[in-house]
Design a protein around this ligand. Structure first.
Ligand code: PEP
Ligand code: MG
Length: 919
């Protein structure tokens, strides 16, 4: 026999202070089984768990390896365990006087909610039901249980597990449900509880007749046949379609298998001294350390979930607007409540985390049916982690690991009211480019956004895609929605930088500029001025005016406490991508330790950009060297001020200033009207200007005359910028403050480019020192690594660089050969068909781009041991990428200001998970 099955235990008992298993055995017993064993058997818990046993995942593995059969000794093991359950319950399975009923439930290592099957009330037949009626004194309850058993068993065991394909797509459960509905309708009942005993009796008979007719075999009366059928049904459901699909999505290995939990039934629907409920040891919505939960008197677990009756609060704290009139469990059953409260305390102290618990009260006796670590939102996660640390329940590293970095987003931005959102159907879905929620009136152009906003309207800018020309309108909008573009498209980049809600690549909508409207794929029409709401965290669009819930980070004491711990633990620096004093101040308030990317070109877009843009255009269009020098000299004043203002805010923290990057033709107007205006302003004939614009045009500007290439063609452009940087720094230092610029050359592919530009830097440095009468001005000289060739030649690049900053937006673009602005057309398909697991512009493709980064870092440091290495692509704010950066020994990551807290937390988690990395 395979698998040395004779030595395996296979069946693990739990109940009344004893258990063969414990919490650490999740792989073998599944999450539910392991926690039931822990609750029942741990010396410090000894909780009232209905006795039962877990058939281990080993049996599931055996079952599938042996043509769906069981190990030889399993029946005996089950019989023995069942005897112990009978003894503890004082009841006997299959007995006609005092019958024990059983539940059979699945339980995988990781929770797979609703994906596998359950059978309840096992052991009932026409004889044992008499015993149940005697025991409970409640005939209605007994027949209700019986009809539920017939339905569940027929569905799970006789149809699904037997592999019977329903005729006309209508399964047995549906057919029985229809029968039930027809009886209710004939009698005018609105709920199952109104059915009379004779009606239930008839229903059970009719159910059985339908089962036999449709499935070809009768419902088994033998309790043992019911039990083994149910065990097989649950093992079979591991390979049901729903479970297989779920595992594929959640990346749960098929080999894990499920365990099966067989447990004595207890009933919360035996009258007004019975109840069932769900509770959390702390409030999962706010994190407050208060016991929070709901219950229903005279009900079964599924009634709480089904939502047909409004659950009552367990205590005054748990009341809400719908339930505040209902009696609390604390008032109704004070002794039981006290016992439950003691248990929840015990459980939380024991597990050292918030627990989600299920309980049932049967005729005045409390039973614990389940406990597991409870899900929580971001706000609650931060509060629980820091409170538990302060209470001494967990240590600092555990507290840090308790919050998923992306959960912090919920603390930073206003969001759509979750309750309203849950009850509303979205009209379209796109890529979640800028998190948070927003609402406003739809406009279709930047100019209209500016105009409407000036009138005090809150607007949402809807475009196919955006360009730098749209910047004003984007700024004035509450949110941006584009039908095209990917996560690093212009709209996404800008919105993320501003912490603005944004959805891109929303191909569900089709924009009609003529009628000023968009149509969704379900034919909803949204016109200019209509109100919509966006959930930028999930990429969802709603056609209603949804309330927003605000969040104020500075008032959040728990957040501050968490970040204090984070800073003590993290090893990697976190900087921000910022270009204005306002953004810099924002970044500082979020804890940035410098600016990792100051994109100089920002000053030519948006607010107050008119004059510098005019001068830049003048410079671009100049024909002679003198013309250009004059224009550059005029521009210099603006560039210097721009850099100086931001450096002053940063108070001596490093500011990485990148020399001009985009292709020059991006800055010249292309429509005739604007060109005519420029021709007047520059005093150049229109035809000549048009010829010059045409000469600048390129087929592929992203790979064209841009970045360092412009600085090599026109050294005076580099010179002007470098002079501005040094003079700004010198003036700040002379005024008694600190400045630390890092000059960064973009889009390099050869060390010769760096050597060429360095000569300019050295010369200008000497000139500025002399002019300002300074011995030295601190600075570093370095390069972006955005081209695979530069990464491969990093040892050479490091000869002329003090630092590298990986521009992973372009590095990803050039490694994949995917245009970062055009992935909206195919990426969703790539992701849904699993050709790529993840959007490589959101999270670093560690397999290939990551290898280039690691190799570039290592080769660079071979040449220069102290080489400073960072990242400034959008990935710098993605937690998985931040952890990768830590692992390969980077000095810092840089991301948009609003992602700084997220990157800080991810960096601290990386330090906990991977330890210190030698740089
Ligand atoms: C990059 O390419 O990763 C980068 C930061 O530069 P930009 O996005 O400005 O091209
Ligand atoms: Mg780049």
């Amino acid at each position: 026999m395979k698998n040395n099955s004779s030595t395996k235990k296979y069946v693990y008992f739990f109940g009344a202070g004893k258990a063969d298993g414990n919490e650490s055995m999740k792989n073998l017993l599944g999450g539910k089984g392991a926690n039931l064993a822990e609750m029942a058997g741990h010396p410090k818990l000894q909780l009232p768990v209905p006795p039962g046993f877990t058939i281990s995942t080993d049996v599931c593995t055996y079952y599938y390896e042996h043509q769906q059969s069981y190990p030889e000794k399993l029946p005996l093991l089950v019989t023995n365990a069942l005897k112990s359950v009978e003894k503890m319950m004082g009841k006997k399975f299959g007995d006609t006087h005092n019958p024990l009923l059983l539940s059979v439930r699945s339980g995988a290592r990781r929770s797979m909610p609703g994906m596998m099957d359950t059978v309840l009330d096992i052991g009932l037949n026409d004889d044992t039901i008499q015993g149940l009626i005697r025991q409970s004194g409640n005939e209605h309850f007994a027949y209700d249980a019986y009809r539920r058993l017939v339905m569940m068993y027929a569905d799970v065991v006789m149809e699904k597990a037997a592999g019977i394909e329903p005729k006309n797509g209508k399964g047995i459960r549906k057919l029985l449900d229809e029968k039930l509905a027809s009886v209710k309708q004939a009698q005018g009942y609105s709920s199952d509880t109104e059915l009379t005993v004779p009606e239930l009796k008839t229903l059970v008979k009719e159910f059985k007749a339908i089962v036999k007719k449709v499935l070809g075999t009768p419902f088994p009366d033998d309790p043992y046949q019911q039990l083994w059928g149910s065990i097989g049904g649950v093992f079979g459901s591991w390979n049901g379609k729903r479970a297989i699909d779920y595992r594929r999505i959640e990346k749960i290995p098929n080999e894990w298998g499920t365990a099966v939990n067989v447990q004595a039934m207890v009933f919360g629907n035996l009258g007004n001294d019975s109840a069932t409920g769900v509770a959390f040891t702390r409030n999962p919505g706010t994190g407050e350390n208060k016991f929070y939960g709901e219950y229903l008197v005279n009900a079964q677990g599924e009634d709480v979930v089904a939502g047909t009756r409004t659950p009552a609060p367990i205590n005054a704290y748990s009341k809400n607007s719908q339930s505040d009139q209902l009696e609390t469990l604390e008032k109704l059953m004070p002794k039981i409540y006290k016992e439950l409260n003691t248990i929840q305390h015990k459980l939380e102290t024991h597990y050292k985390d918030m627990q989600d618990i299920e309980f049932t009260i049967e005729k005045g006796k409390l039973y614990m049916l389940q406990c597991r670590v409870g899900k929580r939102n971001g706000v609650a996660a931060v509060r629980m982690a820091t409170d538990m640390f302060s209470e001494g329940l967990i240590d600092a590293t555990t507290a840090i690991l308790r919050v998923a970095p992306n959960q912090l987003v919920e603390l930073l931005l206003p969001m759509l009211d979750p309750a309203v959102e849950m009850a509303t159907k979205p009209i379209a879905k796109g890529l979640p480019a800028g998190p948070g929620g927003a609402k406003g009136r739809v406009v279709f152009s930047s100019a209209e956004a500016v105009e409407w906003a000036a009138k005090g309207e809150k607007v949402i800018l809807v475009r196919e895609e955006t360009s730098p020309d749209d910047i004003d309108g984007m700024h004035k909008s509450q949110a941006i929605l584009t039908s095209k573009g990917g996560m690093t498209s212009h709209a996404a980049l800008v919105a993320r930088g501003w912490g603005k809600c944004c959805i891109v690549g929303c191909s569900d909508i089709e924009i009609n500029q003529e009628t000023k409207s968009f149509t969704t794929k379900d034919n909803a029409i949204v016109k200019e001025g209509d109100l919509i709401s966006l959930n930028g965290t999930k990429g969802l669009v709603y056609q209603i005016d949804m309330p927003l819930v605000a969040t104020d980070l500075n008032k959040n004491k728990s957040y501050k406490k968490l970040m204090h711990l984070v800073d003590q633990i993290k090893l990697m620096g976190v900087r921000a991508n910022a270009e204005t004093p306002k953004d810099a101040a924002q970044a500082l308030s979020f804890g940035a330790e410098g600016i990792g990317l100051f994109r100089t070109e920002h000053m030519f877009y948006g607010e107050a950009s008119e004059q510098p843009l005019f001068l830049l255009r003048k410079m671009i269009m100049s024909k002679t060297a003198t013309e250009r020098t004059n224009a550059l000299n005029e521009l210099f004043v603006y560039v210097k001020k721009d850099i100086k203002d931001t450096m002053e805010v940063m108070k001596g923290l490093p500011v990485t200033i990148r020399l001009l990057d985009p292709p020059l033709n991006e800055f010249v107007p292309h429509d005739t009207e604007k060109l005519r205006r420029l021709s007047k302003e520059l005093n150049i004939p229109l035809a000549l200007l048009q010829r010059r614009v045409l000469a600048l045009e390129e087929n592929n500007p992203m790979l064209g005359h841009r970045g360092v290439r412009v600085g090599i063609s026109h050294p005076d452009i580099t010179e002007m910028q470098v002079r501005a940087i040094f003079e700004a720094s010198a003036e700040i230092i002379k005024s008694g403050k600190k400045a630390f610029p890092e000059i960064m050359v973009p889009v390099t592919c050869s060390v010769n480019e760096l050597i060429h530009q360095k000569e300019i830097v050295d010369r200008v440095y000497g000139e500025v020192c002399a002019k300002m009468k300074m011995k030295n001005i601190p600075y570093l000289y370095g390069t972006m690594i955005e081209i695979p060739r530069a990464a491969l030649l990093a040892d050479k690049m490091a000869q002329s660089a003090d630092f590298f900053s990986f521009g992973t937006n372009d590095l990803t673009q050039m490694s994949f050969g995917f245009s970062r602005d055009d992935i909206g057309g195919f990426l969703p398909n790539y992701l849904s068909q699993k050709i790529l697991a993840e959007d490589p512009f959101q999270t670093i493709d560690q397999e290939a781009v990551g290898e280039l980064i690691q190799l570039g870092t290592d080769r660079g440091r071979k040449t220069k041991k102290q080489l400073k290495v960072g990242i400034c692509g959008e990935h710098g704010g993605d937690p998985a990428s931040v952890k990768f950066c830590h692992r390969i020994g980077m000095n810092y990551v840089s991301c948009s200001p609003f992602r700084v807290p997220i990157a800080r937390l991810a960096a601290a988690q990386a330090a906990v998970e991977f330890g210190k990395i030698n740089k």
